[in-house]
Design a protein around this ligand. Structure first.
Ligand code: HGY
Ligand code: MN
Ligand code: MN
Ligand code: MN
Length: 397
């Protein structure tokens, strides 16, 4: 529970990427890792690495990782479950005196959420080569850049790219995570085997009109970007409903100059569009762009789509890892249920680096990225047991 108190406020947990709270969370987790019998260090990208040696020090590593940073007003389980669950799995191994051939590493990755800066999975991306260096100069909403925040967290920006791991370093990457949706709950299941992770497009849309007097500008003479944006957002929503499994979200909007008696001159809003397959996601995106341009032309305003982050493709979980997780479910007395992930995860960046797999546990009411995010202790334990069994199987063979 201590971890849950870090950055906890009345409207949710604020443990943002590369913040003092994220550092505080890493320091606490380092203590847990040491208590579990792991050697601990911070890698050059600022990720926390707990390591339990194997009987064959040259064997490839079974990696278990997730994140400690949250969205604005987030919950206590997103990411944290995977780090704490990994530590618990190693703790049990240590307590039982179990040795395995392969070294095991439990990692807390920096900046998974891309809430404060663009570019998801940044910490993990440095390890697998999946990091877009252009993001280093990005600034958060207060104008603070990634470089400044890295330095404040004691991470040398000059050396983060030295965190990269060689191909073959990892035997597998596992991640335990809350489902963040309502599928498991609807089927009354505690645990799910993840088959693949969605691919995302994130960006910013700018609509420019003409700021004018709210009292003297007749309705038919306005070039109002906010009214246009409202129509565009409804088009985004209805187009996304045409694609099975697709989602499209506008999570943030800003109307400038923001005066109550001023017809706005400019509107900026975020877009987050996802599907399991890039081709379908891109088809939906292009259709939305086309409709948006037609709406704005009709309204005499201009629109610009600026893509800030785009996953090349959905990320499949390795079949043999899925099968091991499914076996671990059965051995834990749980049914095997396979399902895709509509959320992105640190594991996404490992898909092209090593065989990766994910384990989901049920989310109450399917809610996440919200302070009421909740999973029962029983489900957390069930997911951790499945992780433990899969980890031992992979580390021993
Ligand atoms: O946005 C996501 O899917 C994840 O929570 N980063
Ligand atoms: Mn997460
Ligand atoms: Mn999240
Ligand atoms: Mn150097």
């Amino acid at each position: 529970m201590e971890l849950g108190q870090i950055g906890n406020t009345e409207d949710g947990v604020y443990c943002l990427a590369l913040s003092p709270e994220e550092n505080e969370a890493h320091a606490l987790v380092q203590k847990y890792m040491e208590e579990a019998g792991m050697s601990v260090h911070m890698d050059k990208a600022g990720n926390l690495v707990g390591r339990k040696e194997g009987t064959d020090p040259n064997a490839s590593v079974v990696m278990i990782g997730s994140h400690l940073d949250t969205v604005y007003g987030g919950g206590m389980f997103d990411g944290r479950l995977g780090v704490i669950g990994g530590i618990e799995a190693v703790q049990v191994m240590t307590e039982q005196g179990i040795e395995a051939k392969h070294p095991i590493e439990v990692l807390a990755y920096r900046d998974e959420e891309a809430t404060r800066f663009v570019g998801s999975y940044s910490g993990a991306g440095h390890l697998t080569g999946g990091y877009d260096k252009g993001i280093m100069t990005h600034a958060d909403k207060d104008g603070k850049t990634v470089i400044e925040c890295l330095k404040e967290c004691g991470i040398d920006p000059e050396h983060v790219d030295e965190a990269g791991l060689p191909k073959g370093y990892a035997k597998a990457h596992l991640e335990l995570h809350i489902e963040q949706g309502a599928v498991l709950e609807s089927k009354n299941l505690a645990v799910g085997v993840v088959t693949g992770i969605c691919c995302q497009i994130r960006g910013e849309v700018t609509i420019n009109g003409v700021a004018s007097h709210a009292g003297t500008t007749p309705m038919n003479l306005r070039k109002d970007p906010l009214a246009a944006a409202s129509e565009v957002m409804l088009a985004i929503e209805s187009e996304a409903k045409n694609y099975q499994g697709a989602v499209a979200t506008v999570g943030k909007i800003e109307a400038l100059p923001g005066g109550v008696n001023v017809v706005p001159g400019c509107v900026k809003f975020s877009i987050d569009m996802r599907n399991q397959k890039a081709a379908l996601r891109d088809e939906m995106y292009e259709k939305i762009k086309e409709q948006a341009e037609t709406i704005c032309k009709k309204r005499n305003v201009t629109i610009d789509f600026n893509v800030l982050m785009k996953d090349a493709e959905g990320k499949p979980c390795a079949e043999h890892i899925q099968d091991k997780i499914a076996k671990a479910c059965i051995d834990s007395g749980l049914p095997e249920f396979r399902m895709p992930s509509g959320a992105g995860h640190d594991s996404s960046t490992f898909a092209d680096f090593c065989p990766m797999g994910m384990i989901f546990i049920r989310s109450k009411d399917g809610i996440s990225h919200n302070k009421v995010e909740y999973s029962t202790a029983e489900d957390c334990a069930a997911g951790t047991e499945v992780l433990y069994r899969t980890m031992i199987e992979l580390a021993s063979e």
